[in-house]
Design a protein around this ligand. Sequence first.
Ligand code: BJW
Length: 253
Amino acid sequence: MTGDPAAQAIPGGLARALSASRLVVFLTGAGISAESGIPTFRQAMTGLWSRFRPEELATPEAFARDPETVWRWYAWRRGLVAATRPNAGHLAIAGLQRHLPASVLVTQNVDGLHQRAGSDPVLELHGNIGRSVCARDRRPVAQADGEKLPACPRCGGPVRPDVVWFGEALPAGVLEQARQAARRCDLFFSVGTSAVVYPAAELAELAAGAGATVVEINPEPTPLTRRARFHLQGPGGVMLPALLQSLEDTQRI
Ligand code: BJW
């Protein structure tokens, strides 16, 4: 048994469930990247939506009205992401995935930090800020970056970030894979998400409804907390390495 106090914060029942699991799903949100220095959306004071209005920046109507402003905002955020690195939470999920017989990583994040931490594949529900597409036909546009709104090299129309805005459908294949995994898993982790944006938030409900053990990792309670069997109330960068340590301890015994 390790002397690591963080690993001892993991309830015995959860450590046993993890080591016996057949399929684990991790669903992550902005909170897992907070310790890398990327702002979340809904936290008071620091969240993006405390400083910016989502209806002016993260809807198709906003882009249609003022594509230059929306593009500049995403260019600023791309810069933030480029200056960061995966943190202990991202790395611990990649480590857990290496130890587990089967796992599926689903993220609402658009920052690509899970991939940089070594997780592959990653089911990106809300796209990726590093990719751009033609706003007319959604075909990829390479090397569209910088502050100035680019024009599509094929049709001359505006280029947009390849992300999912409010009111837009999530990529159907990705969402379906995530739903299937949620229905089939025996352990479901909801990490660093306020669990209020649908359909992502429905995944934990699907998992719980199908009998999986739901675990929430978040310093704050959310609407999911009362349905979760375990709530590890702390930052992902502490709780996820502790989980990895507890799994390594169990596997060593
Ligand atoms: C830490 C931490 C640390 C901090 N460690 N934790 C009712 C039912 C169903 C749907 C709806 C409904 N009412 C309205 C809707 C629609 C809407 C919706 O859900 N709205 C709700 C807000 C009410 N959903 C949609 O519009 C979706 N599309 C859709 O439904 O389409 C239907 C359709 C079908 C067919 C055709 C057409 C349409 C699309 C949703 C897209 C969301 N997009 C965004 C922007 C992405 C691009 C970008 O990045 O700019 O996605 S909004 C934003 O929210 C972003 C996030 O991925 C998403 C979720 O946020 P997340 O990750 O949970 O972050 P926060 O900030 O909310 O929470 C952070 C948490 O971390 C907090 O709890 C902290 O405590 C915690 N934390 N430090 C661990 N160190």
